[in-house]
Design a protein. Structure first.
Ligand code: APR
Ligand code: PHB
Length: 390
């Protein structure tokens, strides 16, 4: 088999890149380890920056988003008894974010790829990357028990944190930067109306909680839990009782419990791998970086990586220029690190850290008070939350 760009992974990064390449007439094949059903079963965050919204429309996958996406021009941060609304639109000259589940993004991209007759090989096993330090990279894999090989011009490693692409980087070249947080997020999806019209990030003496949503009839809630927690310890009743104790009373009164349709615990980690390019292998999305979900940046960083990588590949094929490819890693990392900082900062502001001293807590409260009382401080939060320029 031969293609121009071999994409490893059919998550949002791989599907978005594949769709953009196909629409630009650049041949590509996606190799995905799991089934399409499994990929769609993964519940992830749901706040899109404008850059991601624009990319989905450019990829021909924005129709449902336009109909069902919820435009949000503010969100609330609550600290103990105090609450403060971040007026995103007012502080950023009218910008907003769109609430739309990643599962929907993935489904829309899969549909668009099918309509465009894009080639995605699901359940591709034992994917290995070869010769990407030369001009003729190739990918070996097993499909239905048969060993196969895909030769290509470039490999896009869109296979997430646990993928094979970053693991294939030459020894001694990769530098990794990581911070693992001493807690996780227990998340619940429930078919009841959201407790508030906008997102509420709450921090109190019992820990962090987040009230989010997927639609006017489907809510997404999270509470911070210790790393050693298991979902077996958390009945729906216990979850909703704890959630109500961690959010402002006015919000708690509107939390409508119901049978959870998904319940899971996610660890929190900040991670960056440098560089994001190794010869003709390029990393994008979670394959290269992870952020704690507090700043809702994971999907949006995948979007900016794909923007830069797609532009660079198009420039290579259409303009015969390597400038974009040569600049990709530094350009992507510049934006990645700013989002890593914001996500780390939001996580530090809102979570109760084990061993936190009374001094630490007072400083966190002072940070909240500063944001609530200073437009300059609130503007910094707003411009990072809506997404820094590409
Ligand atoms: N071979 C083929 N496919 C693989 C391999 C492999 N060795 N390893 C992983 N994959 C697939 C996974 O099954 C998954 O479908 O690569 C895909 C990677 O998708 P994501 O992990 O979703 O990463 P990405 O597409 O970069 O999207 C980032 O997803 O995890 C969230 O919070 C994250 O919102 C962010 C977004
Ligand atoms: C979500 O809706 O899942 C969500 C929203 C905002 C976040 C994290 C998760 O910061």
């Amino acid at each position: 088999m031969r293609t121009q760009v071999a994409i490893i992974g059919a998550g949002p990064s791989g599907l978005l890149l594949g769709q953009l390449l196909t629409r630009a007439g650049i041949d590509n094949v996606i190799l995905e380890r799991r089934s399409a059903e499994y990929v769609l079963s993964r519940i992830r965050a749901g706040v899109l920056e404008r850059g991601m919204v624009d990319l989905l429309h450019e990829a021909g996958a924005g129709e449902r988003l336009a109909k069902l996406g919820l435009t949000h021009d503010g969100f609330t941060i609550a600290f103990d008894e105090a609450s403060h609304r971040i007026d995103i639109a007012g502080l950023t000259g009218g910008k907003a974010v769109t609430v739309y589940g990643q599962t929907e993004v993935t489904a829309d991209l899969m549909d668009a790829r099918k309509r465009a007759n894009g080639v995605t090989i699901y359940e591709a096993e034992d994917v290995t990357l070869h010769d990407f330090d030369g001009a003729r990279p190739r990918v070996a894999f097993v499909q239905d028990g048969v060993a196969k090989e895909l030769s290509c011009d470039f490999i896009a490693g869109c296979d997430g944190y646990h993928g094979v692409s970053r693991a294939s980087a030459p020894a001694g070249v990769l530098k990794e930067f990581e911070r693992v947080y001493p807690f996780g997020w227990l998340g619940v999806l429930v078919d009841t109306p959201p407790a508030a019209h906008e997102l509420v990030y709450a921090s109190g003496e019992r820990g962090f909680a987040l009230c989010s949503m997927r639609s006017p009839t489907r809510s997404r809630y999270y509470v911070q839990v210790p790393l050693d927690e298991t979902i077996e310890n958390w009945s729906d009743d216990r979850f909703f009782d704890e959630l109500r104790r961690r959010v402002p009373a006015g919000v708690a009164a509107n939390v409508k419990s119901g049978p959870s349709i998904e319940k899971s615990i996610a660890p929190l980690r900040s991670f960056v791998a440098e560089p994001m390019r190794f010869g003709r292998l390029f990393l994008a999305g979670d394959a290269a970086h992870i952020v704690p979900p507090t700043g809702a940046k994971g999907l949006n960083l995948a979007a900016s990586d794909v923007r830069y990588l797609f532009d660079a590949l198009r420039e290579h094929y259409l303009d015969r220029s390597a400038a974009g490819l040569d600049a990709y890693s530094a350009r992507a990392l510049a934006r990645v690190w700013k989002a890593e900082r914001f996500s780390w900062w939001m996580t530090g502001l809102l979570h109760l850290f084990p061993g936190e001293t009374p001094f630490d807590r007072r400083v966190r409260r002072a940070e909240f008070d500063y944001i609530a009382q200073s437009n300059h401080a609130a503007s910094a939060v707003a411009e990072n939350y809506v997404g820094l320029p590409y």
